[in-house]
Design a protein around this ligand. Structure first.
Ligand code: PLP
Length: 320
């Protein structure tokens, strides 16, 4: 079986060190196998047409166990999304049980990232969602920081527009939609930026390639609303909950591009990037270029919650 090797940069210093774990076992359509033995036919519908819906879930190692963050919420979202894409996924509870089993079987001793996927496993020709059988798979890998946040992020407004809801709904976390993300992220990286910020087809600020965005103006936290062609992020919702609990005023609303150049603070959130502050947009420094005070409060509160240091948010975590 394959050895676990860290695929990402080291976690930040306040996180436990990543330690390689023994072997990685994955779930594929009812079977548990070494990840390297899991394969799909080359004519798989999802491979040919991008017909899948996925999740990204973090498990945080607290020194004795893995705490899976928002287990139920991720599988409820996956189940809803797969159904919207005319797939017949296992129940949210069944998928969550497989995820827990995945962690148990691999017994990692480092932060991990779980990737479940509902997909069209049929091999028939033609881009159609009906009458094509569905599959379900799940694997995990170690994951420290997804973005290097030590200096803050330098981002650009992408020349690529976000997929409109009436084309490929971003809300569904469909595999096909990530070509849009890949184009934007690649352009950003090739131009020396850390991340891309999409505008939607109405020209409003939307989200990053794999993150939701927040900005702060005059003490008020704003984030694009749920009709802005965003993925309705689970971290986004958690941040809004934390803001409410910390007494930080917030609003979900349309955000104009030039607000990014004139606001006091910006940060990105997501399962992967967690809370990552932005130091510049299109080479324009945000605030004084350092992490702003409201970002710092929310980032600290989020980290305390996900590492199980805040009993108030214990329900966010499933210990394995
Ligand atoms: C496009 C996009 N937006 C936002 C997010 C953040 O969502 P969540 O907080 O549920 O991970 C993701 C996560 O991968 C994403 O891919």
């Amino acid at each position: 079986m394959a050895s676990f090797t860290a695929l990402s940069p080291e976690p930040r210093v306040n996180h436990p060190d990543p330690k390689p774990v023994a072997t990685t076992v994955a779930y594929l359509n009812g079977e548990w196998k070494p990840l390297t033995d899991c394969s799909v036919p080359i004519n798989t519908h999802a491979l040919q047409y991008g017909t899948g819906a996925f999740e990204g879930i973090r498990g945080y190692w607290d020194g004795t166990r893995i705490n899976i963050l928002f287990l139920r919420e991720h599988f409820q979202r996956l189940q809803r999304n797969a159904k919207m894409l005319l797939m017949e996924p296992p129940t949210a509870e069944a998928m969550a049980a497989i995820a827990v089993d995945l962690v148990r079987r691999n017994a990692p001793k480092t932060n991990v990232y779980l990737r479940p996927l509902v997909y069209k496993k049929g091999t028939t020709l033609g881009p159609v969602l009906v009458n094509v059988p569905d599959g379900f798979l799940a694997y995990l890998q170690p994951l420290g920081d997804y973005l290097d946040t030590s200096k803050g992020l330098s981002v650009c407004v992408s020349s690529w527009r976000r997929l409109p809801d009436n084309s490929i709904p971003t809300r569904t976390k469909a595999t096909a939609g990530y070509l849009n993300s890949a184009l934007a992220k690649s352009e950003a990286v090739m131009n020396g930026y850390d991340e891309a910020i999409f505008l939607n087809d109405r020209g409003q600020v939307c989200e990053g390639s794999a993150e939701n965005i927040f900005l702060i103006r005059d003490g008020v936290l704003s984030t694009p609303d749920r009709t802005a062609d965003i993925l309705e992020g689970i971290t986004r919702k958690a941040i809004l909950m934390l803001a409410a609990d910390l007494g930080i005023p917030f609003v979900e609303r349309a955000v104009a591009r030039t607000e990014l150049y004139t606001c006091d603070e910006i940060f990105l959130v997501g399962t992967g990037c967690q809370v990552s502050y932005v130091r510049a947009v299109d080479k324009r420094t945000v605030g004084d270029g350092s992490r702003g005070p409201i970002t710092a409060r929310l980032q600290t509160a989020y980290e305390n919650a996900v590492y199980g240091r805040e009993p108030r948010y214990a329900a966010w975590l499933t210990a394995v």
